[in-house]
Design a protein around this ligand. Structure first.
Ligand SMILES: Cc1ncc(COP(=O)(O)O)c(C=O)c1O
Length: 480
C-alpha cells in the first residue's frame, strides 16, 4: 500500500495551496448549485467558523471535567436548544457528532431503558416509512426490530395504524419534524398521545427542523406542534451543523428528564486505564466543533436565525410555487419547509431524466424513490439562485418532453429500473462490493462511466448487469 507521507515535512504554504487544489472537483456549493449536504452562507462567515474551530482544535471533550471550556459550551448549547424547543427545566442532553449519532443514541437509550425497567429482551420500535436511514442503521447496530408505520395519501405517517404496531416489546416510537424525503412534519401530537397512553417513549427527529422550525414559528408561520409542548414527546434530536449553520460535526440530543438520559450513559469501573464514564458514542470529542457551534449560536442569536429562516422560506415558497406552476410536475406530500421534493404528474415526463437535464445545466440534486422524485434541501443561500433554478427546471422538463428517449439513457434509465426489477438483494450485495472497493487499501475509485452507459438499443441487459449498473448509480448518488 502506498501513500503520500513525505520523508520529511513540507512547507505549510505549499501544503495549503495543494489542499485548495484538491477540492477543485468538489460540488459547487459556494454558488448554491448543490441541494444537499452543505449549509453554506458566505466566505466571511465560513472564515469566522474556521477561527472559532481553530481556537479549540486541540481541545478534547472526552473527559468533561478536563476541558471546562468545552463543558461550558455544551451546557450552553443544550440549555439554549432545550429553551428553543420549549423544554421544561428538567430537560437535559448531550452534544453529539451529528444527526446519525443522535439517532443511534436514542435507540440505544430506549432499548436499554426497556430492558432495565421492563425486562424487554426482543426490542422493537415503530418507524414511519419516511424515517431517515440513520434509524434503520440504529436498528441494525442495536438489534431493535423495526415495525413500519405506513404513510397516508399526503406521505405523512398514518397515525390510525399506530395503535396496532405497539406491543409489550415496543421500546420507542419515532416521529420526524420534518422527515428528510419530503419535508413533511409527522402528526407528532396524535402519535405522542397514543405512545403516551401506552407509556412508550416518543422521540422526535428534528435533525433537520430543530434549528429552523422554532424561528419559522417566531416569524409567524403556523406549524403543527412537534416539540416539548407536546406532553408525550420524551426526546428530540436537532442538528446544529444543518440549519444552525455550525461547522460539521455537531448535533444535540435532549431528553425530557435525567431518568431517560442516564440510560444513554456508559460507565466502566474495571478498565485498567481507570474508571471510565461516557455520555455518548464517541470517546474523543472534538473541541473545535463545540466551539464553532457555540460561536454560530452567538453570532446569529434569535434575530439572526429568524432572518435566515425568513430567507429560506422565501426560497422554499418560490420553489414550491414554481414547481406547482409547471403542469407536468407535482410537489410530493405536504412539505412545511425548509425542504421539498417533486415528481412528475405528466406520465410523458420521466423525473429522473429531468434530474439528468438539471445536472447538465450544472445543478446537483438528489434522487428519491417510492415515489420517484427530485429533492431540494433549501437554505438561505439558495434564495439568490432560485430563479435560475426554476428557469433551468422549465427548460429541463421541456427537453424531456421533446425527447422521451432521454428516459432510456444515463441515470434516468438506470434509476428508473429500480422500480421494475426485483433485484434488491443483488443490488445490495453489489453496492456492498463497490463500497468495499472504495475502502480497499489505497482507496479505489468507482468507474462511473459504466453506470451512465446506455444499453444497445433494443437489447435487454442481463439481470446481473442491471444490478451492477443500479449499484453503481446508487453509490454515485451517495457521493453527493
Ligand atoms: C431527519 C434526519 N435525521 C437524521 C439525519 C442524519 O444526520 P447526519 O447526516 O448529520 O448524520 C438526517 C440527515 O439528513 C436527517 O435528514
Amino acid at each position: 500500500m502506498t501513500g503520500t507521507l513525505p520523508d520529511s515535512g513540507r512547507d505549510p504554504q505549499q501544503i495549503l495551496s495543494e489542499l485548495a487544489q484538491m477540492g477543485a472537483d468538489d460540488p459547487n456549493y459556494k454558488q448554491g448549485r448543490l441541494w444537499s449536504l452543505v449549509y453554506y452562507l458566505d466566505e466571511s462567515y465560513h472564515a469566522f467558523q474556521g477561527q472559532a474551530w481553530q481556537m479549540y482544535a486541540s481541545g478534547n471533550g472526552l473527559n468533561p471535567t478536563a476541558f471546562k471550556s468545552l463543558k461550558r459550551f455544551e451546557n450552553d448549547i443544550i440549555a439554549s436548544t432545550a429553551a428553543l424547543h420549549h423544554g421544561p427545566p428538567e430537560v437535559c442532553g448531550v452534544v453529539t457528532s451529528g444527526g446519525t449519532e443522535s439517532c443511534l443514541l436514542a435507540v440505544k437509550t430506549y432499548r436499554d431503558m426497556a430492558r432495565a425497567t421492563r425486562g424487554v429482551r426482543r426490542p422493537e420500535m415503530v418507524l414511519p416509512r419516511t424515517a431517515h436511514v440513520a434509524w434503520v442503521k440504529a436498528s441494525a447496530y442495536f438489534g431493535v426490530r423495526i415495525r413500519w408505520l405506513e404513510l397516508d395519501g399526503q406521505l405523512r405517517a398514518d397515525v390510525s395504524r399506530l395503535p396496532q404496531l405497539i406491543n409489550r416489546n415496543t421500546v420507542m416510537v419515532l416521529a420526524s419534524a420534518p422527515e428528510y424525503p419530503h419535508g413533511t412534519i409527522d402528526p407528532v401530537e396524535a402519535m405522542a398521545r397514543i405512545a403516551h397512553d401506552r407509556t412508550v417513549p416518543l422521540h422526535v427527529d428534528a435533525c433537520v427542523g430543530g434549528f429552523i422550525l422554532p424561528f419559522m414559528e417566531m416569524n409567524g408561520i403556523e406549524l403543527p406542534p412537534w416539540d416539548y409542548r407536546v406532553p408525550g414527546v420524551t426526546s428530540i434530536s436537532a442538528d446544529l451543523h444543518k440549519y444552525g449553520y455550525a461547522s460539521k460535526g455537531v448535533s444535540t440530543i435532549t431528553y425530557r428528564s435525567m431518568d431517560l438520559l442516564k440510560h444513554q450513559m456508559f460507565v466502566d469501573v474495571d478498565w485498567p486505564g481507570g474508571v471510565f464514564a461516557s455520555p455518548a458514542l464517541l470517546g474523543t470529542r472534538p473541541g473545535g466543533a463545540y466551539a464553532a457551534a457555540w460561536a454560530a449560536m452567538q453570532y446569529f442569536g434569535r434575530s439572526g436565525y429568524q432572518e435566515l429562516a425568513r430567507r429560506t422560506m422565501q426560497a422554499f415558497t418560490r420553489m414550491r410555487d414554481g414547481v406547482l406552476a409547471m403542469p407536468e410536475l407535482r410537489v410530493l406530500g405536504a412539505p412545511s419547509g425548509p425542504l421539498l421534493a417533486y415528481g412528475a404528474r405528466d406520465k410523458a415526463v420521466n423525473i429522473f431524466a429531468v434530474g439528468d437535464q438539471m445536472e447538465l445545466r450544472g445543478w446537483q440534486i438528489n434522487r428519491l424513490q417510492k415515489p420517484d422524485g427530485l429533492h431540494a434541501m433549501i437554505t438561505a443561500q439558495h434564495l439568490a439562485v432560485i430563479d435560475d433554478y426554476l428557469r433551468d427546471l422549465r427548460a429541463s422538463v421541456d427537453a424531456v418532453r421533446a425527447d422521451p428517449t432521454l428516459a432510456d439513457r444515463g441515470g434516468a434509465a438506470t434509476y428508473g429500473m429500480m422500480a421494475h426489477i426485483p433485484l434488491r438483494g443483488m443490488v445490495r450485495s453489489r453496492v456492498l462490493d463497490m463500497f468495499s472497493g472504495l475502502y480497499r487499501p489505497g482507496g479505489g475509485e468507482i468507474d462511473l462511466a459504466h453506470a451512465a452507459t446506455p444499453s444497445e438499443p433494443g437489447q435487454e441487459p442481463p439481470r446481473a448487469a442491471w444490478a451492477d449498473r443500479l449499484a453503481q448509480w446508487f453509490v454515485r448518488m451517495r457521493q453527493r
